[in-house]
Design a protein around this ligand. Structure first.
Ligand code: DOR
Length: 423
């Protein structure tokens, strides 16, 4: 299949290119980039007034297979990702059973072949996510794991974390950390502060996240291992990472759209739909996250796409599971909140959704270049979308963004030279 994308504003954060030009794709690679290309193609995409960016990469999703297919499947999740502009995702290991052996890594890779996008499995740091016994990292890596994470749970045992950083270093892959001290979280439900007091709900203090980040930054320093910190939510976390980076520690970090968009004030309105872990924090934290994104402390925007079924989320907030779906709303929130409201450049935001996550996970993707992979996303930044249950094609509709009108819509997603989503 040949595709010609005409007159789009091509933004490639790897090379710094930002110009109106054409792209010609044949089979799975970009053959030619240039103005006014006059090449016959099976499909022509008119990208006038559109952004043409490298296929987006989300290094933090939960597709729930094996074991919780009622929430989502690998194939279903891939279709959601394609609609949302993502051509590559990294799936987390907290499935049932967890991804802690070679057979399960291979299973994910096999299932992924049925779907439209690239899926890279992250395997468990510890067997059964038990936090105590390190998984067979060498075998998991050989089977295709691109990193290690017990996400959903922290690795509370510091010695286990230290060893994990040492072992993962041998394969040059990151240990991807959900940072939380369960003792400090103390079965909390939302951010600890004024709002939790008003609502009478048990709170999760900022220190629960920050003390573990501080610990792991020190371990990353002493081992020189590769630490990637997931879904940071507090101003203190941004500051710890900023200082660690200034001292040259090998640490990278992500946040999610909900942490730069919402605060704990949303909990009274959206109840369990605004329940995720870490929780939504205060306005001061939200602004610090935005500053961390702006000054480059925060490397990556990932979604933590975490589907849960309606009957689970409809319980009292205390019993409902943590997590919201995030793929479909990622591009509209980034454009509305970061670009339109906070004046980020497209280059800056898409760097954090393309080449930076690719570099961290060791993927040869996330850029636009001749002879490079034909993974491309075409976005209409002016088009308004209305987040409704129908707009969300995920099996589960657990989103606090339902009802919002946002700017920025994915028009086309091209993965491996094929149109996997077209508006
Ligand atoms: O809110 C969350 N949901 N946070 C996590 O760390 C795990 C995730 C899930 O698996 O549902």
């Amino acid at each position: 299949m040949s595709i010609l994308i005409k007159n789009g504003t091509v933004i490639d954060p790897k090379s710094g290119m930002e110009e109106k030009t054409d792209i010609y794709i044949e089979n799975s690679i970009i053959l030619k980039i240039g103005k006014n290309l006059n090449i016959k193609a099976a499909k022509i995409i008119d990208a006038e007034h559109k952004l043409v960016v490298p296929g987006l990469i989300d290094i933090h999703v939960h597709f729930r297979e094996p074991g919780q297919e009622g929430k989502e499947t690998i194939l279903g999740g891939s279709i959601v990702a394609a609609k949302s502009g993502f051509t590559s995702v990294c799936t987390m290991a907290n499935t049932t059973p967890p991804i802690d052996n070679q057979a399960l890594v291979k299973f994910i890779k096999l299932e992924a072949e049925k779907g439209p996008i690239n899926i890279y499995p992250v395997a468990a740091v510890t067997k059964g996510l038990n936090g105590e016994e390190i998984s067979e990292m060498g075998e998991l890596y050989a089977a295709g794991a691109v990193g290690f994470s017990d996400d959903g749970k922290p690795v509370t045992n510091a010695l286990v974390m230290k060893r994990a950083l040492e072992y993962a270093k041998m394969f040059n892959v990151p240990v991807i950390a959900h940072e939380e001290d369960p003792m400090l979280s103390d079965s909390g439900i939302m951010n600890q502060g004024e709002q939790s007091v008003l609502l009478g709900l048990r709170g999760i203090p900022s220190e629960s996240e920050e003390t573990m980040i501080a610990r792991d930054v020190l371990l990353a320093k002493s081992t020189n291992g590769r630490l990637h910190v997931q879904h940071i939510s507090t101003s203190g976390s941004v500051q710890i990472i900023r200082e660690a980076k200034n001292k040259g520690t090998n640490v990278t970090v992500e946040t999610c759209p909900h942490y730069f968009t919402l605060t704990d004030k949303s909990v009274s309105e959206h109840l369990s739909m605004a329940k995720m872990n870490p929780p939504l924090r205060t306005e001061k934290d939200r602004l610090a996250i935005i500053e961390g994104l702006r000054d480059g402390t925060i490397d990556v925007i990932a979604t933590d796409h975490a589907p849960h079924q309606a009957q689970e989320k409809k319980q009292e907030i205390e019993y409902a599971p943590f997590g919201i779906v995030g793929l479909e709303t990622a591009v509209p929130l980034v454009i509305t909140v970061l670009v339109n409201e906070n004046k980020f450049s497209y280059m800056d935001v898409f760097r954090k959704m393309t080449i930076r996550p690719a570099e961290i996970m060791g993927l040869n993707r996330g850029y636009i270049a001749e002879n490079g992979p034909a993974d491309i996303t075409v976005i209409d930044p002016e088009k308004e979308i209305h987040v409704t249950e129908d707009f969300l094609i995920s099996k589960c509709k657990n989103s606090p963004f339902i009802g919002m009108k946002l700017k920025g819509s994915v028009d086309f997603t091209i993965c491996g030279g094929k149109i996997v989503y077209g508006n």
